[in-house]
Design a protein around this ligand. Structure first.
Ligand code: AHG
Ligand code: MN
Ligand code: MN
Length: 333
């Protein structure tokens, strides 16, 4: 019988001594929350979960009903277990400290409760992204500063994609494992281990409508790809853009590719659109654990020292040779 997520985690704890029991239990709770979100997503119009909530988050984005529902599900599932000190989310201005009525743990959980919000109402894949950090030992009372750790300090990271299948993708620093939700059993079943991203690719993902706002290195790189077989790359490239980072990254992990959401001139004071701590960091660690590469165009994303919870970053990740090429083009500019 195929192994369940629970068994995978027990083995990571017991045989491989990779994670402590509290982290295993915390990840079980995150997976349970994702299951609940998956059911809500599945009901769609029947569950009254589609459409706008007519509110804005701290980043000035209009919230969808599901953004708020997914955020609440994650908080309610995680606040009482005793494994966490605090949580942070795309949908909350500041950190959520575990209330005093519950026991406190040593971990910090960050999430993008619902990634790809523009796809909710049109029945296209969306997801949840999460990242787990350890609370610094010296810190008594948990604060936002405790969260500001570089991505290489993550102790677990993953996402759940709500698509034709509900798929949970996880790393605890021992490669990447993929679990598929078996709805009859109600459990995540291990369907792929040691995921590897091909080092080369003929597929890129970028929102081409922003082309006129790009910086030179990005424009040059995409121009090379578009030139195809007759151009400097000597091969034809295909393009995909789902507008849900989870779904785009899931394709990359499955068959390779390069994903870019670069800085552009629309809002030059912002380093990019995607958020470092709960989008770029967990995805970058997964990509690296699968043998890929992730940079902001110049440096390794996992080495960036965050200064703000909701800080943004330029993102280039995926197949190693392609990301190395984009990065070299930036460094030479
Ligand atoms: P979110 O729904 O959590 O705000 O994230 C959406 C992100 C990301 O998932 C996706 O890659 C990107 O925004 C799409 O942006 P464009 O609509 O600008 O293409
Ligand atoms: Mn997102
Ligand atoms: Mn989101």
């Amino acid at each position: 019988m195929a192994a369940s997520l629970s068994r995978y985690l027990v083995e990571q704890q017991r045989a491989r001594n990779h994670i402590p029991p509290e982290l295993r239990l915390l990840l079980e709770v995150v997976a349970r929350a994702c299951k609940r979100i998956s059911h809500a997503v599945n009901k769609g119009a029947l569950g009254g979960v589609l459409g706008s909530a007519h509110s804005e988050n701290v980043q000035g984005e209009v919230q969808k009903k599901l953004d708020i529902i997914a955020n609440e599900v994650l908080i309610e599932a995680n606040e009482w277990g005793g494994y966490l000190a605090a949580m942070a989310s795309e949908e909350m201005d500041s950190i959520y400290v575990v209330p005093n009525r519950y026991p406190k743990g040593e971990y910090l959980l960050l999430f993008d409760p619902l990634d790809g919000s523009s796809n909710i109402d049109v029945n296209v894949s969306i997801g949840t992204i999460f990242s787990v950090l350890k609370k610094p030992e010296h810190s008594q009372k948990v604060s936002e500063a405790d969260f500001l750790q570089p991505g290489h300090a993550q102790v677990a990271a993953g996402y759940c994609v709500y698509g034709p299948q509900t798929t949970l993708v996880l790393t605890v620093g021992d490669g990447v494992a993929i679990f598929t939700l078996d709805r009859e059993q109600g459990s995540f079943v291990l369907t792929q281990e040691n995921v590897r991203i091909p080092e080369d690719t003929r597929e890129f993902a970028i929102n081409m409508s922003n082309m006129r706002h790009w910086d030179k290195p990005v424009a040059n790189y995409i121009a090379e790809c578009l030139a195809g077989r007759e151009g400097p790359r000597g091969k034809d490239f295909n393009m995909r853009w789902i507008a849900s980072m989870v779904a785009d990254v899931h394709r990359l992990l499955t068959r390779g590719g390069v994903f870019l959401y670069p800085w552009d001139k629309r809002e030059p004071e912002k380093p990019g659109k995607l958020r470092l701590m709960y989008e770029a960091n967990p995805m970058s660690w997964l990509i690296e654990q699968a043998g890929g590469m992730a940079t902001d165009g110049r440096e390794r994303i996992l080495d960036i020292q965050p200064t703000q919870l909701h800080q943004r970053v330029s993102v280039c990740l995926g197949s190693k040779n392609e990301v190395a090429r984009v990065t070299a083009m930036h460094q030479a500019a």
